[in-house]
Design a binder for this molecule. Structure first.
Ligand SMILES: [Zn+2]
Length: 530
Protein backbone atom coordinates (compact mmCIF):
# COMPACT_ATOMS: atom_id res chain seq x y z
CA UNK A 1 0.00 0.00 0.00
CA UNK A 2 1.01 3.61 -0.41
CA UNK A 3 2.67 3.93 2.99
CA UNK A 4 5.10 1.14 2.17
CA UNK A 5 6.22 3.11 -0.87
CA UNK A 6 7.09 6.11 1.32
CA UNK A 7 10.75 6.90 1.25
CA UNK A 8 11.01 10.64 1.69
CA UNK A 9 10.62 12.73 4.78
CA UNK A 10 8.82 15.93 4.11
CA UNK A 11 5.70 15.77 2.06
CA UNK A 12 2.89 14.03 0.38
CA UNK A 13 4.59 13.39 -2.94
CA UNK A 14 7.18 11.59 -0.83
CA UNK A 15 4.48 8.98 -0.59
CA UNK A 16 3.18 9.50 2.88
CA UNK A 17 -0.40 10.65 3.35
CA UNK A 18 -3.02 9.16 1.14
CA UNK A 19 -5.36 11.11 -1.10
CA UNK A 20 -8.62 9.94 -2.61
CA UNK A 21 -7.01 9.13 -5.95
CA UNK A 22 -4.80 6.56 -4.28
CA UNK A 23 -7.67 5.20 -2.19
CA UNK A 24 -9.76 4.47 -5.27
CA UNK A 25 -7.02 2.98 -7.40
CA UNK A 26 -5.11 1.01 -4.83
CA UNK A 27 -7.48 -1.98 -4.53
CA UNK A 28 -7.76 -2.33 -8.32
CA UNK A 29 -4.04 -1.94 -8.80
CA UNK A 30 -3.32 -4.40 -6.03
CA UNK A 31 -5.71 -6.88 -7.61
CA UNK A 32 -4.48 -6.52 -11.16
CA UNK A 33 -0.84 -5.73 -10.81
CA UNK A 34 0.09 -6.42 -7.23
CA UNK A 35 1.36 -3.94 -4.71
CA UNK A 36 4.46 -3.12 -6.71
CA UNK A 37 2.32 -1.52 -9.37
CA UNK A 38 0.65 0.68 -6.76
CA UNK A 39 4.09 1.89 -5.78
CA UNK A 40 5.25 2.65 -9.26
CA UNK A 41 2.00 4.31 -10.46
CA UNK A 42 2.73 7.75 -8.99
CA UNK A 43 -0.48 9.69 -8.39
CA UNK A 44 -0.57 13.40 -9.14
CA UNK A 45 0.83 15.45 -6.27
CA UNK A 46 -2.05 17.49 -4.83
CA UNK A 47 0.41 20.12 -3.61
CA UNK A 48 2.06 20.68 -7.02
CA UNK A 49 -0.14 23.68 -7.91
CA UNK A 50 0.53 25.44 -4.61
CA UNK A 51 4.24 24.71 -4.98
CA UNK A 52 4.24 26.26 -8.46
CA UNK A 53 2.37 29.28 -7.15
CA UNK A 54 4.91 29.73 -4.35
CA UNK A 55 7.78 29.59 -6.81
CA UNK A 56 6.12 32.12 -9.09
CA UNK A 57 5.59 34.72 -6.33
CA UNK A 58 8.46 34.12 -3.91
CA UNK A 59 10.35 37.21 -5.05
CA UNK A 60 7.32 39.48 -4.59
CA UNK A 61 7.05 40.32 -0.87
CA UNK A 62 3.40 41.43 -1.04
CA UNK A 63 2.22 38.36 -2.94
CA UNK A 64 4.31 36.09 -0.74
CA UNK A 65 2.77 37.62 2.38
CA UNK A 66 -0.75 37.14 0.99
CA UNK A 67 -0.02 33.53 0.04
CA UNK A 68 1.52 32.70 3.41
CA UNK A 69 -1.13 34.50 5.45
CA UNK A 70 -3.74 32.16 4.00
CA UNK A 71 -1.47 29.11 4.31
CA UNK A 72 -2.64 26.95 7.27
CA UNK A 73 0.19 27.16 9.81
CA UNK A 74 -0.68 24.47 12.30
CA UNK A 75 0.36 25.93 15.62
CA UNK A 76 2.44 28.46 17.47
CA UNK A 77 4.23 26.46 20.18
CA UNK A 78 6.45 29.23 21.51
CA UNK A 79 4.42 32.29 22.40
CA UNK A 80 4.64 34.21 25.69
CA UNK A 81 1.28 35.79 26.47
CA UNK A 82 2.59 39.12 27.77
CA UNK A 83 5.08 39.41 24.91
CA UNK A 84 2.32 38.64 22.42
CA UNK A 85 0.52 41.92 23.04
CA UNK A 86 1.22 45.03 20.99
CA UNK A 87 2.21 48.22 22.86
CA UNK A 88 -0.81 50.05 21.44
CA UNK A 89 -3.14 47.70 23.36
CA UNK A 90 -1.28 48.15 26.63
CA UNK A 91 -1.45 51.94 26.22
CA UNK A 92 -5.18 51.79 25.38
CA UNK A 93 -5.86 49.76 28.53
CA UNK A 94 -3.64 52.08 30.62
CA UNK A 95 -5.75 55.04 29.51
CA UNK A 96 -9.04 53.21 30.18
CA UNK A 97 -7.86 51.94 33.57
CA UNK A 98 -6.59 55.32 34.81
CA UNK A 99 -2.91 54.32 34.93
CA UNK A 100 0.02 56.70 34.67
CA UNK A 101 3.07 57.18 32.46
CA UNK A 102 6.51 57.59 33.96
CA UNK A 103 7.71 60.18 31.48
CA UNK A 104 11.37 59.82 32.47
CA UNK A 105 11.46 56.02 32.19
CA UNK A 106 8.86 55.86 29.39
CA UNK A 107 6.98 53.18 31.29
CA UNK A 108 3.39 52.55 32.38
CA UNK A 109 2.81 52.82 36.13
CA UNK A 110 0.12 52.50 38.77
CA UNK A 111 -1.33 55.69 40.25
CA UNK A 112 -1.61 58.09 41.85
CA UNK A 113 -0.27 60.12 38.94
CA UNK A 114 1.96 62.70 40.68
CA UNK A 115 5.47 64.10 40.18
CA UNK A 116 7.11 62.22 37.35
CA UNK A 117 3.89 60.32 36.68
CA UNK A 118 1.48 61.77 34.11
CA UNK A 119 -2.03 60.41 33.62
CA UNK A 120 -1.85 57.90 30.76
CA UNK A 121 -4.65 59.87 29.07
CA UNK A 122 -2.01 62.53 28.27
CA UNK A 123 -1.02 60.47 25.20
CA UNK A 124 -4.30 61.49 23.56
CA UNK A 125 -2.97 65.01 22.98
CA UNK A 126 0.72 64.27 22.72
CA UNK A 127 1.66 62.32 19.61
CA UNK A 128 5.38 62.49 20.35
CA UNK A 129 4.86 61.00 23.80
CA UNK A 130 2.66 58.26 22.32
CA UNK A 131 5.26 57.35 19.69
CA UNK A 132 8.08 57.39 22.25
CA UNK A 133 6.05 55.15 24.54
CA UNK A 134 5.27 52.62 21.77
CA UNK A 135 9.00 52.52 20.95
CA UNK A 136 9.89 52.01 24.63
CA UNK A 137 7.33 49.20 25.08
CA UNK A 138 8.41 47.31 21.95
CA UNK A 139 11.12 46.89 19.31
CA UNK A 140 9.40 49.42 17.00
CA UNK A 141 11.98 51.46 15.10
CA UNK A 142 14.72 50.12 17.37
CA UNK A 143 18.21 51.34 16.51
CA UNK A 144 21.12 50.15 18.64
CA UNK A 145 22.69 53.36 19.85
CA UNK A 146 24.02 52.90 23.35
CA UNK A 147 21.54 50.10 24.08
CA UNK A 148 21.57 46.57 22.67
CA UNK A 149 18.55 44.87 21.13
CA UNK A 150 18.82 42.32 23.90
CA UNK A 151 18.61 44.92 26.68
CA UNK A 152 15.86 46.95 25.00
CA UNK A 153 13.81 43.82 24.38
CA UNK A 154 13.96 42.48 27.93
CA UNK A 155 13.41 45.96 29.45
CA UNK A 156 10.00 46.25 27.73
CA UNK A 157 8.37 43.65 29.99
CA UNK A 158 8.71 45.76 33.15
CA UNK A 159 7.58 48.84 31.27
CA UNK A 160 4.16 47.46 30.30
CA UNK A 161 3.63 45.16 33.31
CA UNK A 162 1.38 47.67 35.12
CA UNK A 163 -1.18 47.45 32.30
CA UNK A 164 -1.47 43.65 32.51
CA UNK A 165 -3.37 43.55 35.81
CA UNK A 166 -7.02 42.60 35.30
CA UNK A 167 -6.47 42.58 31.53
CA UNK A 168 -5.34 38.96 31.20
CA UNK A 169 -8.65 37.97 29.58
CA UNK A 170 -8.27 40.82 27.11
CA UNK A 171 -4.72 39.67 26.39
CA UNK A 172 -5.89 36.12 25.79
CA UNK A 173 -8.59 37.36 23.39
CA UNK A 174 -5.98 39.33 21.42
CA UNK A 175 -3.62 36.36 21.20
CA UNK A 176 -6.45 34.12 19.95
CA UNK A 177 -7.55 36.64 17.33
CA UNK A 178 -3.98 36.97 16.13
CA UNK A 179 -3.63 33.18 15.89
CA UNK A 180 -6.82 33.08 13.81
CA UNK A 181 -5.49 35.81 11.49
CA UNK A 182 -2.42 33.62 10.99
CA UNK A 183 -4.60 30.58 10.13
CA UNK A 184 -3.34 28.65 13.12
CA UNK A 185 -5.47 25.85 14.58
CA UNK A 186 -3.59 25.52 17.87
CA UNK A 187 -1.88 27.92 20.26
CA UNK A 188 0.27 26.83 23.18
CA UNK A 189 0.65 29.97 25.28
CA UNK A 190 3.25 30.46 27.99
CA UNK A 191 1.73 32.05 31.03
CA UNK A 192 2.81 32.54 34.65
CA UNK A 193 -0.35 32.56 36.78
CA UNK A 194 0.35 32.11 40.48
CA UNK A 195 4.12 32.29 40.04
CA UNK A 196 4.62 35.44 42.21
CA UNK A 197 2.73 33.65 45.02
CA UNK A 198 4.83 30.51 44.54
CA UNK A 199 8.00 32.60 44.82
CA UNK A 200 6.73 34.17 48.08
CA UNK A 201 5.93 30.72 49.43
CA UNK A 202 9.39 29.48 48.46
CA UNK A 203 11.04 32.42 50.19
CA UNK A 204 9.10 31.67 53.36
CA UNK A 205 10.06 27.99 53.28
CA UNK A 206 13.77 28.64 52.72
CA UNK A 207 16.34 26.69 50.72
CA UNK A 208 17.10 23.05 51.41
CA UNK A 209 19.56 21.33 49.07
CA UNK A 210 17.72 18.05 49.63
CA UNK A 211 15.06 18.38 46.92
CA UNK A 212 12.93 15.57 48.34
CA UNK A 213 12.72 17.43 51.66
CA UNK A 214 12.25 20.79 49.97
CA UNK A 215 9.45 19.41 47.80
CA UNK A 216 7.64 18.13 50.90
CA UNK A 217 8.07 21.46 52.69
CA UNK A 218 6.69 23.41 49.73
CA UNK A 219 3.67 21.12 49.46
CA UNK A 220 3.04 21.39 53.21
CA UNK A 221 3.38 25.18 53.09
CA UNK A 222 0.28 25.26 50.85
CA UNK A 223 1.23 25.16 47.15
CA UNK A 224 -2.19 23.63 46.43
CA UNK A 225 -3.89 26.73 47.76
CA UNK A 226 -2.19 28.65 44.94
CA UNK A 227 -3.26 25.94 42.47
CA UNK A 228 -6.90 26.47 43.50
CA UNK A 229 -6.56 30.24 43.12
CA UNK A 230 -5.06 29.80 39.64
CA UNK A 231 -7.96 27.53 38.56
CA UNK A 232 -10.44 30.22 39.60
CA UNK A 233 -8.44 33.03 37.98
CA UNK A 234 -8.13 31.06 34.72
CA UNK A 235 -11.90 30.46 34.67
CA UNK A 236 -12.46 34.19 34.89
CA UNK A 237 -9.84 35.05 32.28
CA UNK A 238 -11.14 32.52 29.77
CA UNK A 239 -14.70 33.70 30.39
CA UNK A 240 -13.64 37.29 29.76
CA UNK A 241 -11.83 36.32 26.54
CA UNK A 242 -14.84 34.35 25.31
CA UNK A 243 -17.14 37.26 26.09
CA UNK A 244 -14.88 39.72 24.24
CA UNK A 245 -14.79 37.40 21.23
CA UNK A 246 -18.58 36.76 21.41
CA UNK A 247 -17.93 33.03 21.30
CA UNK A 248 -21.46 32.20 22.44
CA UNK A 249 -23.19 34.45 19.88
CA UNK A 250 -23.52 32.96 16.42
CA UNK A 251 -23.79 36.28 14.58
CA UNK A 252 -20.90 38.06 16.31
CA UNK A 253 -18.63 35.12 16.98
CA UNK A 254 -14.98 36.00 16.23
CA UNK A 255 -12.50 33.68 14.48
CA UNK A 256 -10.35 33.50 17.63
CA UNK A 257 -13.05 31.33 19.23
CA UNK A 258 -12.11 28.51 16.86
CA UNK A 259 -8.44 28.42 17.82
CA UNK A 260 -7.70 25.65 20.31
CA UNK A 261 -5.59 27.05 23.14
CA UNK A 262 -3.61 25.37 25.91
CA UNK A 263 -1.08 26.77 28.35
CA UNK A 264 2.47 26.09 29.42
CA UNK A 265 3.09 27.08 33.04
CA UNK A 266 5.98 29.50 32.81
CA UNK A 267 8.73 29.51 35.45
CA UNK A 268 10.90 32.63 35.72
CA UNK A 269 14.51 31.58 36.25
CA UNK A 270 16.21 34.76 37.50
CA UNK A 271 15.22 34.21 41.15
CA UNK A 272 17.01 32.41 44.02
CA UNK A 273 16.92 28.59 43.79
CA UNK A 274 14.18 28.06 46.36
CA UNK A 275 11.89 30.45 44.51
CA UNK A 276 12.57 28.75 41.18
CA UNK A 277 11.89 25.34 42.71
CA UNK A 278 8.61 26.54 44.26
CA UNK A 279 7.56 27.73 40.78
CA UNK A 280 8.56 24.32 39.38
CA UNK A 281 6.39 22.55 41.95
CA UNK A 282 3.46 24.86 41.14
CA UNK A 283 3.95 24.27 37.40
CA UNK A 284 3.90 20.48 37.81
CA UNK A 285 0.79 20.70 40.01
CA UNK A 286 -1.00 22.91 37.48
CA UNK A 287 -0.37 20.42 34.68
CA UNK A 288 -1.43 17.52 36.92
CA UNK A 289 -4.67 19.15 38.02
CA UNK A 290 -5.90 21.37 35.18
CA UNK A 291 -6.21 20.03 31.60
CA UNK A 292 -5.81 23.56 30.28
CA UNK A 293 -2.13 23.36 31.28
CA UNK A 294 -0.38 20.82 29.08
CA UNK A 295 3.25 21.39 29.99
CA UNK A 296 5.77 23.81 31.38
CA UNK A 297 8.69 25.99 30.37
CA UNK A 298 11.45 28.03 32.02
CA UNK A 299 11.91 31.60 30.84
CA UNK A 300 13.79 34.85 31.42
CA UNK A 301 17.14 35.91 29.95
CA UNK A 302 19.35 32.84 29.73
CA UNK A 303 22.42 35.09 29.99
CA UNK A 304 21.28 36.66 33.27
CA UNK A 305 24.02 36.03 35.89
CA UNK A 306 21.60 34.05 38.09
CA UNK A 307 20.32 31.99 35.13
CA UNK A 308 23.90 31.14 34.17
CA UNK A 309 25.03 30.38 37.72
CA UNK A 310 22.08 28.11 38.47
CA UNK A 311 21.54 26.55 35.03
CA UNK A 312 22.64 23.02 35.98
CA UNK A 313 20.83 23.25 39.31
CA UNK A 314 17.60 24.20 37.49
CA UNK A 315 18.00 21.17 35.21
CA UNK A 316 18.54 18.90 38.24
CA UNK A 317 15.36 20.31 39.82
CA UNK A 318 13.44 19.33 36.67
CA UNK A 319 15.12 15.94 36.68
CA UNK A 320 13.93 15.31 40.23
CA UNK A 321 10.35 16.39 39.49
CA UNK A 322 10.35 14.45 36.23
CA UNK A 323 11.16 11.28 38.16
CA UNK A 324 8.31 12.02 40.55
CA UNK A 325 5.88 12.50 37.63
CA UNK A 326 7.33 11.47 34.24
CA UNK A 327 4.08 12.26 32.41
CA UNK A 328 4.51 16.04 32.58
CA UNK A 329 5.91 17.41 29.28
CA UNK A 330 8.65 20.01 29.37
CA UNK A 331 9.69 22.44 26.64
CA UNK A 332 12.72 24.39 27.79
CA UNK A 333 14.39 27.57 26.56
CA UNK A 334 17.97 26.47 25.96
CA UNK A 335 20.80 27.77 23.82
CA UNK A 336 19.37 31.30 23.43
CA UNK A 337 22.95 32.55 23.67
CA UNK A 338 25.67 33.72 21.32
CA UNK A 339 29.43 33.79 21.53
CA UNK A 340 31.37 37.02 21.79
CA UNK A 341 29.85 40.46 21.39
CA UNK A 342 27.12 39.83 18.86
CA UNK A 343 23.87 41.21 20.20
CA UNK A 344 25.76 42.65 23.16
CA UNK A 345 25.83 39.51 25.26
CA UNK A 346 29.16 40.25 26.85
CA UNK A 347 28.39 38.33 30.01
CA UNK A 348 28.48 34.94 28.34
CA UNK A 349 31.66 32.94 28.70
CA UNK A 350 32.58 30.29 26.16
CA UNK A 351 32.04 27.77 28.95
CA UNK A 352 28.34 28.69 29.14
CA UNK A 353 27.78 27.73 25.51
CA UNK A 354 28.90 24.13 25.91
CA UNK A 355 26.10 22.27 27.67
CA UNK A 356 22.72 24.04 28.05
CA UNK A 357 20.83 22.19 25.31
CA UNK A 358 22.30 18.82 26.23
CA UNK A 359 21.40 19.22 29.92
CA UNK A 360 17.88 20.38 29.04
CA UNK A 361 17.40 17.13 27.10
CA UNK A 362 19.49 14.59 28.99
CA UNK A 363 19.09 15.87 32.57
CA UNK A 364 15.74 17.67 32.56
CA UNK A 365 14.07 15.36 29.98
CA UNK A 366 12.83 18.24 27.82
CA UNK A 367 10.72 17.04 24.89
CA UNK A 368 11.14 20.32 23.01
CA UNK A 369 13.82 23.01 22.95
CA UNK A 370 13.09 26.71 22.57
CA UNK A 371 15.65 28.53 20.35
CA UNK A 372 18.67 26.16 20.41
CA UNK A 373 20.66 28.87 18.61
CA UNK A 374 24.09 28.13 20.06
CA UNK A 375 24.02 24.36 19.39
CA UNK A 376 27.19 24.42 17.33
CA UNK A 377 29.08 25.57 20.44
CA UNK A 378 27.91 22.58 22.50
CA UNK A 379 30.34 19.78 23.23
CA UNK A 380 30.03 17.07 20.59
CA UNK A 381 27.19 18.93 18.94
CA UNK A 382 26.84 16.67 15.92
CA UNK A 383 26.20 13.75 18.24
CA UNK A 384 23.72 15.91 20.18
CA UNK A 385 21.83 16.75 16.99
CA UNK A 386 21.76 13.07 16.01
CA UNK A 387 20.36 12.27 19.45
CA UNK A 388 17.69 14.99 19.05
CA UNK A 389 16.71 13.57 15.67
CA UNK A 390 16.57 10.04 16.99
CA UNK A 391 14.56 11.01 20.10
CA UNK A 392 12.31 13.43 18.15
CA UNK A 393 13.17 16.51 20.20
CA UNK A 394 11.61 19.41 18.29
CA UNK A 395 13.29 22.82 18.19
CA UNK A 396 11.01 25.86 18.29
CA UNK A 397 12.61 28.27 15.80
CA UNK A 398 12.13 31.99 16.51
CA UNK A 399 13.90 33.80 13.67
CA UNK A 400 12.93 37.42 14.34
CA UNK A 401 13.46 37.08 18.07
CA UNK A 402 16.93 35.64 17.46
CA UNK A 403 17.73 38.48 15.06
CA UNK A 404 16.51 41.18 17.44
CA UNK A 405 17.92 39.81 20.70
CA UNK A 406 20.98 37.85 19.62
CA UNK A 407 21.86 39.41 16.26
CA UNK A 408 21.80 35.94 14.66
CA UNK A 409 20.39 35.72 11.12
CA UNK A 410 20.77 33.82 7.84
CA UNK A 411 23.42 31.14 7.70
CA UNK A 412 24.65 32.03 11.21
CA UNK A 413 21.37 30.54 12.45
CA UNK A 414 21.31 26.75 12.82
CA UNK A 415 17.75 26.39 11.40
CA UNK A 416 18.91 24.60 8.25
CA UNK A 417 21.55 22.62 10.14
CA UNK A 418 18.84 21.18 12.37
CA UNK A 419 16.79 20.42 9.30
CA UNK A 420 19.66 18.67 7.54
CA UNK A 421 20.33 16.59 10.66
CA UNK A 422 16.73 15.38 10.74
CA UNK A 423 15.86 17.28 13.93
CA UNK A 424 12.18 18.28 13.79
CA UNK A 425 11.61 22.03 13.68
CA UNK A 426 8.63 24.38 13.80
CA UNK A 427 8.37 28.14 13.41
CA UNK A 428 7.07 30.22 16.30
CA UNK A 429 6.84 33.86 17.28
CA UNK A 430 8.30 34.04 20.82
CA UNK A 431 6.99 37.57 21.54
CA UNK A 432 5.00 38.77 18.55
CA UNK A 433 3.78 41.97 20.23
CA UNK A 434 7.17 43.18 21.46
CA UNK A 435 8.82 42.14 18.18
CA UNK A 436 5.94 43.62 16.15
CA UNK A 437 5.53 40.53 14.02
CA UNK A 438 3.12 37.59 13.70
CA UNK A 439 3.45 33.95 12.69
CA UNK A 440 2.83 34.81 9.02
CA UNK A 441 5.83 37.15 9.22
CA UNK A 442 7.97 34.28 10.44
CA UNK A 443 6.84 32.03 7.57
CA UNK A 444 7.62 34.84 5.11
CA UNK A 445 10.99 35.44 6.73
CA UNK A 446 11.89 31.74 6.70
CA UNK A 447 10.74 31.30 3.08
CA UNK A 448 12.80 34.28 1.93
CA UNK A 449 15.94 33.69 4.00
CA UNK A 450 16.12 29.93 3.51
CA UNK A 451 14.34 29.55 0.16
CA UNK A 452 11.91 27.01 1.63
CA UNK A 453 9.89 24.80 -0.67
CA UNK A 454 6.14 24.34 -0.32
CA UNK A 455 6.73 20.85 1.09
CA UNK A 456 8.99 22.28 3.75
CA UNK A 457 6.26 24.77 4.71
CA UNK A 458 3.81 21.88 5.05
CA UNK A 459 6.31 20.05 7.25
CA UNK A 460 6.71 23.08 9.53
CA UNK A 461 2.94 23.40 9.80
CA UNK A 462 2.35 19.72 10.56
CA UNK A 463 5.26 19.52 13.00
CA UNK A 464 3.81 22.35 15.06
CA UNK A 465 0.65 20.38 15.83
CA UNK A 466 2.30 16.94 15.91
CA UNK A 467 4.78 18.05 18.59
CA UNK A 468 2.29 20.07 20.62
CA UNK A 469 1.58 18.80 24.11
CA UNK A 470 -2.14 18.24 23.57
CA UNK A 471 -3.02 14.79 24.92
CA UNK A 472 -3.94 11.85 22.72
CA UNK A 473 -2.45 9.64 20.04
CA UNK A 474 -0.66 11.25 17.11
CA UNK A 475 -2.36 11.10 13.72
CA UNK A 476 1.03 10.17 12.26
CA UNK A 477 2.19 6.62 12.75
CA UNK A 478 5.50 7.78 11.26
CA UNK A 479 5.89 11.44 12.18
CA UNK A 480 9.07 11.84 10.09
CA UNK A 481 7.29 10.91 6.87
CA UNK A 482 3.73 11.80 7.90
CA UNK A 483 2.39 8.29 7.46
CA UNK A 484 -1.07 8.18 9.02
CA UNK A 485 -2.18 5.84 11.80
CA UNK A 486 -3.53 2.49 10.60
CA UNK A 487 -7.09 3.45 11.53
CA UNK A 488 -7.00 6.37 9.07
CA UNK A 489 -4.74 4.83 6.42
CA UNK A 490 -7.56 4.41 3.89
CA UNK A 491 -9.16 7.77 4.50
CA UNK A 492 -8.96 10.99 2.58
CA UNK A 493 -6.95 13.05 5.09
CA UNK A 494 -8.91 15.85 6.67
CA UNK A 495 -12.20 14.81 5.08
CA UNK A 496 -15.48 15.80 6.71
CA UNK A 497 -16.56 12.17 6.89
CA UNK A 498 -13.77 9.86 7.97
CA UNK A 499 -14.45 6.13 7.91
CA UNK A 500 -15.67 4.26 10.97
CA UNK A 501 -12.25 3.15 12.24
CA UNK A 502 -10.72 6.54 11.65
CA UNK A 503 -13.65 8.36 13.27
CA UNK A 504 -13.26 6.13 16.33
CA UNK A 505 -9.52 6.87 16.43
CA UNK A 506 -10.12 10.62 16.14
CA UNK A 507 -12.82 10.53 18.80
CA UNK A 508 -10.25 9.27 21.29
CA UNK A 509 -7.52 11.78 20.55
CA UNK A 510 -7.85 15.54 20.83
CA UNK A 511 -4.46 15.94 19.17
CA UNK A 512 -5.38 13.76 16.20
CA UNK A 513 -8.64 15.70 15.77
CA UNK A 514 -6.70 18.94 15.49
CA UNK A 515 -4.26 17.32 13.08
CA UNK A 516 -7.24 16.15 11.03
CA UNK A 517 -8.62 19.68 11.00
CA UNK A 518 -5.25 20.99 9.79
CA UNK A 519 -5.16 18.36 7.02
CA UNK A 520 -8.57 19.52 5.86
CA UNK A 521 -7.34 23.12 5.76
CA UNK A 522 -4.16 22.15 3.91
CA UNK A 523 -6.17 20.20 1.35
CA UNK A 524 -8.49 23.17 0.80
CA UNK A 525 -5.51 25.54 0.46
CA UNK A 526 -3.82 23.27 -2.09
CA UNK A 527 -7.13 22.70 -3.87
CA UNK A 528 -7.34 26.42 -4.68
CA UNK A 529 -4.21 26.09 -6.86
CA UNK A 530 -5.05 22.85 -8.67
ZN1 LIG B 1 10.74 32.52 24.54
Amino acid sequence: MAQRCADGRNGRSDGAPRRKFVSLLAPIAALLLGELAACTATPPDPSAGAARQLDSIRSDPTELETFLRAFPKGADLHNHLSGAIYAESFIRWAVADGLCINKKELALAKGPCRGNLLPAAAVRDDRRLYDALVAALSMKDFRPDGETGHDHFFATFDKFAAAEDDREGDMLAEALQQAARDHTVYLELMWSPGMPDARKLGKKVGWDPNLVELHTKIVRAGIDKIVTQVHAAMNQREARAHALLHCAERAKRQPGCDVTVRYLAQIIRVFPPVQVFAQDVLAFRLVETDPRFVGLNIVGPEDDPTSLRDYSLHMRMFSYLHHVDPQIPLSLHAGELVAGHRGGLRRVRAEDLRFHIREAIETAAARRIGHGVDIEHEDDWQQLMAEMAQRHILVEINLTSNAQILGVTGTAHPFMTYWAAGVPVALSTDDEGVERIDLTHEYVRATEEYHLSFKQLVTLSRNAVAYGFLPGANLWRDVDRFVPAEACADDDLGSAEPGTACAAFLAKSEKARLQWKLEGELARFEGAYQ
